[in-house]
Design a protein around this ligand. Structure first.
Ligand SMILES: Cc1cc2nc3c(=O)[nH]c(=O)nc-3n(C[C@H](O)[C@H](O)[C@H](O)COP(=O)(O)OP(=O)(O)OC[C@H]3O[C@@H](n4cnc5c(N)ncnc54)[C@H](O)[C@@H]3O)c2cc1C
Length: 412
């Protein structure tokens, strides 16, 4: 294969698909190349393992009222649940009572406000700086924060909290957020199983080397994860400039993984959907999403270094570890009720290499620098390049739209 076009888009996740539609509407002749055998990237719903859809990646419409995927869900007939999150906390022996759970909720909100206030004041320091050493809920804040951000607060900049556009609306998608991402992008023509191996941007045109041949173009939009860029899975000729490498050096992949269990019967009778937080001294940074959409399911959500290491011994070992935690919290008898299990493994997916991006303390404007084009020829988008929606599917989508507008302007 050898071809010519205006723009090559590398990656058909949320960012690449959104950029493709916008670039096409702007009259550009595009080619979208995707390494995997499917579109959606980190938006992926497994529809075969369980009797109901299971999101391996994105699951909640964050900032739902300003999220473009909420409108897409309405248009495409995907339903979502608007109920606020219900938390339960297990201390390794039993459940904390409602008063204590409320006390934790107040402490969590106050600590988050302090993290945001530090960032707004221009203090680009570890989020952990905002934890009050006298707060008895400090260690549970660490766990919760690691759960949201996929990396511990000691190694995440306050800017990632102060700059994210929160609306306190996190709505799960019944038919799967990954399925929604794919359905929304279904009209985009994508060259699948076509990993990009090199981008030569030194000449008057850009040469994109793929597993299926060379594509000559005027510009390239790279939407792959920070993990893939850092691992140099795509070789750039000439090398990326120092300022771009510097930006990449201030970002890292956080880790979030899931192990889903479909139960033979509803083990959460009398309860609604909820999230169980684990809170004992040696507890891993993990929790269980229970009974989503009233389904007989419990999903372990692992995050941070624990999630990264969970898969070191392979999938079976990860499932065994999740089972052991399930038994500890809900009782050993529950293990007899497991019908099927499914684990993720984003950490070892060669086209992702982690869950989503995190800004290191002192990282400053690294996200904006990641988004900044090189010579009006090499453009970047993806969740990590979003100024206020990083780590999410809608942030990726919006970053794709921003990049497409820049490219249309540069190529006109
Ligand atoms: C466990 C987990 C839970 C999450 N939960 C949520 C959530 O509830 N809500 C939310 O909004 N977000 C969530 N996210 C994050 C969200 O899924 C991502 O931020 C978003 O999907 C990223 O989109 P993207 O387009 O930036 O990147 P990707 O989806 O990674 O797209 C990049 C594409 O590039 C492809 N690619 C890689 N290398 C190459 C190459 N060499 N050549 C060609 N193609 C290549 C990849 O296969 C991929 O398809 C979660 C993520 C994970 C892992």
């Amino acid at each position: 294969m050898q071809s010519t076009c205006d723009l090559v888009i590398v990656g058909a996740g949320a960012a690449g698909l959104a950029a493709a539609r916008a670039a096409r509407a702007a009259g550009l002749n595009i080619e979208v190349v995707e390494a995997a055998s499917r579109i959606g990237g980190r938006g992926f719903t497994d529809t075969t393992t369980f009797p109901a859809p299971f999101d391996l990646g994105c699951q909640w419409l964050h900032a739902a009222s300003i999220n473009p995927y909420t409108k897409a869900a309405d248009r495409l007939g995907f339903r979502y649940r608007k109920d606020p999150f219900v938390y339960r906390i297990h201390d390794g022996t039993w459940w904390l009572n409602d008063t204590l759970v409320e006390e934790f909720g107040a402490s969590l909100a106050a600590t988050y406000d302090r993290v945001a206030a530090l960032g707004e004041a221009g203090e680009d320091v570890p989020a952990a700086r905002a934890i009050d050493p006298a707060d008895p809920w400090g260690s549970l804040f660490r766990r919760a924060y690691t759960g949201y951000m996929a990396w511990p607060p000691e190694e995440v900049s306050t800017f990632d909290t102060s700059r994210f556009h929160f609306t306190d609306e996190d709505w799960p998608v019944e038919g799967g957020y990954g399925a929604l991402v794919a359905a929304e992008g279904a009209d985009i023509e994508v060259n699948l199983d076509c990993p990009v191996k090199s981008i030569d941007w030194g000449g008057s045109e850009v040469m994109v080397g793929t597993a299926k041949g060379m594509i000559f173009c005027r510009a390239v939009l790279v939407t792959v994860s920070v993990g893939v860029l850092q691992a140099e899975r795509i070789k750039f000729f000439p090398l990326l400039p120092d300022w771009k490498l510097d930006a990449l050096g201030h970002l890292r992949m956080g880790h979030a993984e899931k192990v889903g269990f479909w139960m033979k019967r509803n083990i959460f009778a009398g309860m609604g959907p909820h999230f169980t937080m684990l809170n004992w001294d040696s507890a891993p940074t993990a929790g269980f999403v229970c009974k989503p959409f009233d389904r007989p399911m419990a999903t372990l959500f692992a995050s941070g270094p624990f999630a990264r290491d969970l898969f070191a011994q392979g999938m079976d070992a990860a499932i065994a570890e999740a089972k052991s935690l399930l038994g500890k919290v809900f009782g050993a008898d529950v293990l007899k009720e497991i019908a099927t299990a499914r684990a993720t493994g984003w950490v070892s997916d060669p086209y992702t290499l982690g869950a989503y991006s995190v800004l290191s303390p002192g990282g400053g404007e690294a996200r904006a620098e990641l988004a900044r084009p090189i010579d009006d020829k090499v453009f970047f988008a993806g969740e990590a390049a979003s100024p206020d929606g990083f780590s999410t599917a809608h942030g990726a989508y919006n970053s794709g739209l921003t990049a497409a507008a820049l490219i249309a302007d540069a190529l006109k």
